[in-house]
Design a protein around this ligand. Sequence first.
Ligand code: AMP
Length: 390
Amino acid sequence: MSKLAANSQFYTVEVGDSTFTVLKRYQNLKPIGSGAQGIVCAAYDTLTGQNVAIKKLSRPFQNVTHAKRAYREFVLMKLVNHKNIIGLLNVFTPQKSLEDFQDVYLVMELMDANLCQVIQMDLDHERMSYLLYQMLCGIKHLHSAGIIHRDLKPSNIVVKSDCTLKILDFGLARTAGTSFMMTPYVVTRYYRAPEVILGMGYTENVDVWSVGCIFGEMVRGKIVFRGNDHIDQWNKIIEQLGTPSQDFMKRLQPTVRNYVENRPKYAGYSFEKLFPDVLFPAESTEHNKLKASQARDLLSKMLVIDPYKRITVDQALQHPYVNVWYDPSEVEGVSPAPIPYDHSIDEREHTVEQWKDLIYKEVVDYVQKLLYGKLPLIGNSASGDTCSTS
Ligand code: AMP
């Protein structure tokens, strides 16, 4: 195994409770967030003059669940190239050999805030619809690579002050749910579609549900389906949208069906009641389609329990509330269609030692491609549009 780097290229700095050992080109580290996998810092890249985000994956092979997730994320980040999906600018490990291998650092484009922070703001129709449009473009691109996310949530979506948006992660692996993760980190389930909660089969429009939940939260200023646990999540959905039809029930596994059919019956509320006019911003003066009635119409087509009756990503992109932004190069993507993701990765079972080896090899492979010019040194980020409506 080739050696990755000499120690002299690195320096160590304490950020919050964590220690970052990074390439000297990255200076001025400041913590900006943390997730299930570790801490994220903002930094200045002295080589390119660009501000970047650096995520530290601490011992990503510490257990099989962590390892699989880190490996999958890394492989997918290398595969996908779209302006609404976070791009990878660099990857490194300060350890010099497989034997010493501990941590992986992913360098990404730096954004200003995650969507949790933006949802709190009073957004006008232009911003709301532009954010929705970009989420749908990013999701469509993931789908074209064979990746169905299933776990989109505001903490994994980041935005810039110019209203450009990027999705940060790649959601659940196909085999997710079978793995039990021992972590103090609380999993957010508020945005998960009924078919995920109820363990049904799913198709691409599973991700439309999550966008609908995020959209509803922007309008209401509160989480739409705030379940206390897995089971309560379902209660919160049916209390507002009503008990689904028999046709839907028939598609459930017997034990789940038994539970769902024995819940109290709810009639649900109309979308005029769930999202009354007072919750919406003032009508747009520039676009006559950007108004409460159109926004509510789209919401009512996204937040549909039965996936067979829910709008698809393409239909949502064509909806009058969103298609004001429609640009074929953004929707279809400018780069060639991504190579489909090899789902056998999700099914792979390895020991911790084997995962360590695989992740290390991926890091070495990335660094070598960078060195031999097969990857751009400055990164692959596409320049973003602004919120202006030209
Ligand atoms: P993650 O570990 O990917 O779940 O990220 C955790 C948090 O770090 C996110 O919710 C964001 O607030 C922040 N974050 C991650 N990546 C970036 C980035 N590229 N730009 C700005 N903030 C980020």
